[in-house]
Design a protein around this ligand. Structure first.
Ligand SMILES: [Zn+2]
Length: 410
């Protein structure tokens, strides 16, 4: 059986050492990965510790066959991030590896992977290592990335063992992967609201991100009559109000996380308003409809002109139905054996992920993929306040172990 308490202990130790400072491609991140290497080596002589061409760390326990069950997540974090995002899945994976390595040789090979740079904080590109491994990240895309100080991304990542020249060639270790699973915190409040410790994840929401500029006419706050203004902030407010109501009505998510009036003068009707819009939905048709509704609303307001530039588009991702069913069964079995004392409520229906994860990159590459989420207290993440009740972490770690054991035998 897996020692969930030991996994949680390692998470707390890691947080005390490098919590909130493990940004990818930095020394604290690299040092923590060397500790993970040492921990994996100490777990059993049969485990291989390797880096692929894209700085992803592989911890491999060979089975009777080359067919591989992959357990992945990421140990990098956003600056000031919490003690669980990503690193939970890595330490839980290494805990599973140690437990399996202590028993007889499994039928399938087990690979734990620490994907490099999931968060994308240095270059603004999330899922860097996993997308490089699947072949989705191109050399041209990497060439376009740079750190805030202008240093090319390629120069920075090369110093940590990432070979830009290997881009475009999928990582050969992914070829025999028959199932990929990831344990992560939800980073939202659904499970907590449902009183649930752990749940299977059916897929990730689709995303449409755009930058909208509304053009009006500048004027004096004291001398321009309300009826004669071409006020881009007033137009933005009407646009946001209607679009958000529409998103809510159709089960979508609409967010304006950045908004700016120009010039920003208290006593002036602004000339321009720039806002970044993020739309999400689990159904592609609904996402496209919401996106089209944004265009229609912008075109309707004739008092101000508008431009809309696409920033990012990702269609909804469906995880592998058979693997989602296996993950659901693992959560149900964990709830049944742990009893109500350990888990607030039994596991229920699979949920959807709002954020993207490395698992999304694998699913897009056609690898059968599923995820498990544990609850997030208050839905808080990417913050030092990020937390999950310990009994929920135990349930998540045990459910991952159960799922992996089943998959190694299949
Ligand atoms: Zn994460």
């Amino acid at each position: 059986m897996i020692d969930a308490g030991a996994v949680i202990g390692r998470l707390r130790e890691t947080d005390a050492r490098s919590g909130g400072r493990r940004e990818a491609w930095t020394e604290p991140w690299a040092a923590e990965r060397e500790r993970l290497d040492a921990q994996a080596r100490a777990g059993g002589g049969a485990v291989f510790v390797q880096r692929d061409s894209f700085a992803n760390a592989w911890y491999v326990l060979p089975g009777e066959t080359e067919e591989t069950v992959l357990v992945g997540s990421h140990c990098d974090c956003v600056p000031g991030g919490g003690w669980l995002d990503g690193i939970l899945g890595v330490h839980a994976g290494l805990g599973v590896l140690a437990a399996i390595a202590a028993g007889p040789t499994p039928r399938r090979t087990l690979a734990i992977v620490d994907w490099a740079d999931e968060e994308g904080t240095r270059f603004g590109r999330s899922l860097l290592g996993s997308s490089a491994a699947t072949g989705a990240l191109t050399a041209a895309e990497l060439d376009g990335l740079a750190a805030a100080d202008g240093t090319p991304a390629a120069a920075i990542v090369s110093a940590y063992g990432f070979a830009p020249s290997a881009l475009g060639h999928p990582e050969p270790r992914l070829r025999p992967v028959v199932a990929a699973v990831e344990l992560h915190i939800e980073q939202g409040g659904t499970l907590e609201r449902q009183g649930q410790a752990v749940a299977a994840v059916a897929g990730c929401l689709g995303v449409r991100r755009s930058r909208i500029t509304l053009h009006g006419v500048a004027g004096h706050a004291g001398s321009t009559p309300m009826g004669l203004r071409a006020d881009p902030v007033r137009a933005a407010a009407a646009f946001i109000g209607e679009l958000f109501a529409d998103a809510q009505e159709h089960g979508g998510l609409a967010t304006v996380g950045r908004i700016e009036a120009q010039p920003a003068i208290t006593t002036a009707v602004p000339a321009r308003c720039v806002l970044d819009l993020d739309l999400r939905h689990e159904v592609l048709g609904e996402l496209q409809a919401l996106d089209a509704r944004a265009d229609r609303l912008l075109a309707r307001d004739r008092a101000v002109g508008s431009e809309r530039a696409a920033l990012y588009a990702q269609d909804p991702i469906e995880f592998d139905p058979a693997l989602v069913a296996a993950a659901t069964a693992a959560t149900a079995a964990t709830a049944a054996t742990a009893g109500t004392a350990a888990i607030a409520a039994p596991a229920g229906e699979p949920i959807r992920s709002g954020p993207l994860h490395d698992s999304a990159a694998l699913a897009q590459a056609g690898i059968p993929t599923a995820m498990l989420f544990t609850s997030s207290s208050g839905g808080v993440s990417h913050s030092r306040d990020e937390d999950t009740p310990e009994r929920h972490l135990v349930a998540g770690i045990e459910a991952l172990y159960r799922l992996v054991r089943t998959l190694l035998r299949d």
